[in-house]
Design a protein around this ligand. Structure first.
Ligand code: 4AD
Ligand code: MG
Length: 464
């Protein structure tokens, strides 16, 4: 360890008699029968550390400030705990109040708060049981993602956040500029904005995906992945959409759509197994508090095959369901959340990979099938969430790709380097993007994406 700090997680494993110094934030304090009980948490594990003091051993002016949210440092020795819930507790000898939290103003008192209320106190919700568990799982999941790819020989590449290309060709980008918005430069004899004086001499945006740049790396390093923030300026106010979210994007040369599906399934199973092994207490909490079938579901996902169906088959199932869909189902329509949930929750009761979507509803870079109307796309759908992964085999043929860029009404000159990759050493390749927060929702059972990211950004909201 870098510094000699004793985490609560570690203190709880010590034997009675061991000297201990604990730091943390007070969850509760109660005084009973000549004993002061203080529960603290330092975020290192779900469990709190119980500290006991003899009444009178802490000066009253200090004790009165040991209230919910206050930060304390306590030294003493671990002892066997007679109470239920823990095998050891800390018998306190000295308490130092590091930071008081006056009850009149500290917003998170002992009573239960709704997740919506907690969201308003993003600077304190981190100290609650729920968000402690959420962010420990998020941390473990990030680590497991890197571990999976590193164990499998993938190169981690940092794709740019500021970009001048629209990776999805969908135009839902945040523009970044240093131009004076009150006084925009115009092109001579025209009302068009003159971006030659902007910071990059060119319109620039926050990236919607690192895929296109990851393709550059896959066509040199074979197997690569990105894991970084991405941005979407779509005005989607739903429990599944963020304006800023994190995406994991593997990209593999010499890989087709079958290999892509295999990777996606193996990857998700690895991550779930890792969490079951490393975050048991936190997952048990989610299971008990938020999603009674969580552990059973995760077990099931880790051990059973995902369903795999072509888009046409998905449409047939939905058409024959007899459901009154809000969004009509017909060959050519995009699958909406209600359809994705029906397939995963009613028809298959597990994750489903849908492949071969109509080309008209998918991005320009997806490889065309010989039927002339579908592309080698795949979406991985999960019960309760819908789409968690979107990916495809990429169009590696220069002439076909140019044609698709034309069909999508995209400016060919913006994609000059992307086309160049098809002119020099092109290769079949494939990849996908996993929405990190969508996966977080799935593995925690949390129902709102705003509750699985530290600082959610959604239309109208960018606090902190
Ligand atoms: O399906 P998408 O748009 O695919 C891409 O961006 C590809 N370039 C990925 C690739 O092939 N490398 O997004 C991928 C995933 C979705 O399946 C979803 O899980 C998540 O990103 N996602 C969002 N998550 C939260 N909020 C949003 N607004 C999201 N948009 C997409
Ligand atoms: Mg998608």
């Amino acid at each position: 360890m870098i510094r000699n700090h004793q985490y609560v997680r570690h203190l709880l494993t010590l034997s009675p008699g061991a000297p201990a110094t604990a730091h943390g934030w007070v969850k509760t304090r109660r005084d009973s029968k000549g004993v002061i009980f203080i529960q603290i948490n330092d975020g290192s594990c779900f469990a709190d550390l119980q500290i006991v003091f003899e009444a009178g051993s802490i000066p009253e002016e200090v004790l009165s400030k040991v209230t919910t949210g206050a930060c304390v440092c306590v030294s003493g020795a671990m002892v066997a705990s007679p109470g239920k819930g823990q095998s050891v507790e800390l018998r306190g000898e000295a308490l130092e109040l590091l930071g008081a939290a006056p009850p009149e103003t500290y917003p998170l008192q002992k009573k239960k708060h709704t997740l919506e209320t907690l969201r308003e106190f993003g600077h304190f919700r981190t100290r609650s049981n729920t968000f402690g568990a959420v962010f420990r799982v998020r941390n473990a999941l990030s680590f497991a993602i890197h571990r999976f790819f590193q164990e499998n020989g993938f190169l981690y590449v940092h794709t740019p956040i500021l970009t001048t290309s629209d990776a999805e060709g969908a135009g839902a980008m945040f523009q970044v500029t240093t131009l004076d918005l009150m006084n925009l430069p115009r092109k001579p004899q025209s009302s068009a904005i003159d971006f030659s004086t902007d910071f990059f001499s060119h319109p620039a945006y926050l990236t919607v995906s690192g895929q296109l740049e990851a393709e550059i790396f896959a066509l040199a390093f074979t197997n690569v992945y990105t894991f970084g923030p991405t941005f979407r300026a779509e005005n989607s106010n739903t429990p599944r959409h963020l304006a800023e979210f994190w995406m994991i994007e593997p990209e593999m040369a010499f890989c087709d759509l079958d290999g892509n599906q295999e990777l996606a399934e193996a990857f998700l199973k690895y991550l779930i197994t890792y969490l079951m092994d490393h975050c048991r207490q936190d997952l048990e909490f989610f299971n008990q508090r938020y999603e009674p079938n969580l552990l059973a579901t995760l077990d099931n996902v880790a051990s059973s095959e995902f369903a795999r169906i072509p888009y046409s088959e998905a449409v047939r199932i939905l058409e024959q369901s007899g459901r009154p869909w809000e969004f009509p189902v017909y060959w050519g329509a995009d699958l909406q959340s209600e359809h994705e949930r029906y397939l995963t929750e009613v028809t298959f009761r597990k994750p489903v990979i849908v492949t071969g979507y109509p080309k008209s509803i998918k991005a320009f870079y997806m490889r065309a099938n010989d039927d002339g109307r579908t592309v080698r796309a795949m979406d991985v759908l999960a019960p309760g969430i819908g789409e968690i992964i979107g990916g495809s085999q990429r169009e590696e043929r220069l002439d076909v790709l140019r044609e698709k860029i034309r069909e999508h009404n995209l400016p060919e000159e913006h994609y000059w380097w992307y086309l160049d990759l098809r002119r020099h050493g092109s290769a079949p390749h494939a990849g996908f993007g996993l929405g990190f927060e969508r996966l977080m929702m799935y593995v925690t059972g949390m129902k709102n994406i705003r509750d699985v990211i530290p600082f959610p950004r959604t239309p109208g909201h960018a606090e902190f």
